[in-house]
Design a protein around this ligand. Structure first.
Ligand code: BTN
Length: 251
C-alpha cells in the first residue's frame, strides 16, 4: 500500500518529514540532514531500506511497503546525561504505539526490543553524536512472512492479528509518545522512565537470560535496572553484573 505522507504531515505539522520510496538506510539520510542543520524533530521515513541497520552491527530486514522504517532527530538536553534513559524511552514509545493502535500487549526486552510472544516485532537504534540523538525505529507491520533466518525470531503485527495496519498511524503515535517521554527526560525524571520500563518488561525482574557482551557471555537472573538504567543480572555464583551493552535473550 502507498505511504500516505499527507496524513503524517497533517498529524505532525511541526515536523519536517522527508519521505523516500527506497533508501539504503534512513539513519544515513537523517545524519546528513542533521549535518546540514535540519531542525530537531525532522523525520526520515522510507518505504524500503536496502541496507537497514540493526543494533550490534546486525542488519534490519526492510522489505518494501510492509514495514515502518524511520529515523528522527532528537536533541536531548545532554545526550550523555540521558543515556541510556533515552534508549529505553524509545522502546516505551514504540510499545505504547503498538498497544494503543493494535490493542496488543507487547513485551520489552532491555534495552529496547519490542516483542510479541518472544518474537521481535520492532527494534530501536539510537545513535548519539555531539549532543544529538538519531533514533531509528523499525516496526514489522504487514509482513506476511520472513526470510528463513528470521523465522521463529521475528513476527509482524499482521501475523499477530490477521489484519493489516496503517503504518502512518503507527508513525504518528510513536512520534507523539516519544515527545511525551522526552518531556519527562527534560524534567530530569529518568527514574520515571526506568519505573515504566520495569512495569512493561517481563525481562526486568526474575527472568533467566543469557547476555552476550563483547568478549564474554553471562548467564543469570535479572534484578531490575540500576539507578542509571542499566540491566542488572545475578549469576549462579551470586555475583551481581551490570549490563552496559549487549544482546539479551531468554534461556
Ligand atoms: C534493532 O536491531 O533492534 C534495531 C533496528 C532498527 C531498525 C530501524 S529501521 C529505520 C532505521 N534505519 C535503519 O537502518 N535502522 C533503523
Amino acid at each position: 500500500m502507498l505511504f500516505d505522507l499527507d496524513y503524517v504531515r497533517n498529524c505532525l505539522p511541526e515536523h519536517e518529514v522527508i519521505y523516500l520510496p527506497s533508501v539504503d538506510t534512513t539513519m544515513r539520510v537523517a545524519a546528513e540532514a542533521a549535518a546540514r542543520g535540519a531542525p530537531a524533530g525532522t523525520i526520515v521515513v522510507a518505504d524500503e531500506q536496502t541496507a537497514g541497520r540493526g543494533r550490534l552491527g546486525r542488519s534490519w530486514y526492510s522489505a518494501p511497503g510492509v514495514g515502518l522504517y524511520f529515523s528522527i532527530l532528537v536533541w536531548p538536553k545532554s545526550a550523555a546525561e540521558v543515556f541510556p534513559a533515552l534508549t529505553l524511552a524509545c522502546g516505551l514509545a514504540v510499545h505504547d504505539a503498538i498497544s494503543t493502535e493494535c490493542k496488543l500487549e507487547p513485551d520489552l526486552r532491555w534495552p529496547n526490543d519490542v516483542l510479541i510472544r518472544e518474537r521481535k516485532v520492532a527494534g530501536v537504534l539510537t545513535q548519539l553524536e555531539d549532543g544529538l540523538a538519531i533514533v531509528g525505529i523499525g516496526i514489522n507491520v504487514n509482513h506476511k512472512s520472513f526470510p528463513a533466518e528470521l523465522q521463529g525470531l521475528a513476527t509482524s503485527l499482521y501475523l499477530e492479528t490477521g489484519r493489516e495496519w496503517p503504518r502512518e498511524a503507527l508513525l504518528v503515535r510513536c512520534v507523539e509518545q516519544l515527545k511525551s517521554y522526552q518531556k519527562i527526560l527534560e524534567q530530569s525524571d529518568k527514574q520515571e522512565i526506568f519505573r515504566l520500563f520495569e512495569q512493561r518488561s517481563s525481562y526486568a525482574w526474575g527472568k533467566r537470560v543469557v547476555v552476550e557482551m563483547p568478549g564474554k557471555v553471562i548467564r543469570g537472573i535479572t534484578e531490575g535496572l540500576n539507578s542509571e538504567g542499566f540491566l542488572q543480572l545475578r549469576s549462579e555464583d551470586g555475583v551481581l553484573h551490570t549490563v552496559i551493552a549487549g544482546g539479551v535473550r531468554s534461556e
